[in-house]
Design a binder for this molecule. Structure first.
Ligand code: SF4
Length: 65
């Protein structure tokens, strides 16, 4: 997430992608914003993502299971 992205401006606020250290990229178009995942084969997972096997913490570690 860029510093310029406020929490309010993020799409799908309930998505766990926002807290993921993958990290996701935010792709803006004129009318929408998409969350691009650098780890998944389908770069634009269906949102909001509520669970993900590839989620990593911001320090780069796998989430404890
Ligand atoms: S790895 Fe999963 S949780 Fe992380 S950005 Fe990609 S889809 Fe979202």
């Amino acid at each position: 997430m860029n510093d310029s992205d406020s929490e309010d401006s993020l799409p799908f606020p309930s998505s766990i992608c926002h807290g993921c250290g993958a990290p996701p990229r935010y792709v803006k178009t004129a009318t929408s914003m998409f969350i691009l995942c650098p780890l998944k084969e389908d770069k634009y997972p269906r949102q909001p993502v509520m669970a993900c096997d590839l989620f990593v913490t911001r320090d780069g570690k796998d989430r404890e299971k």
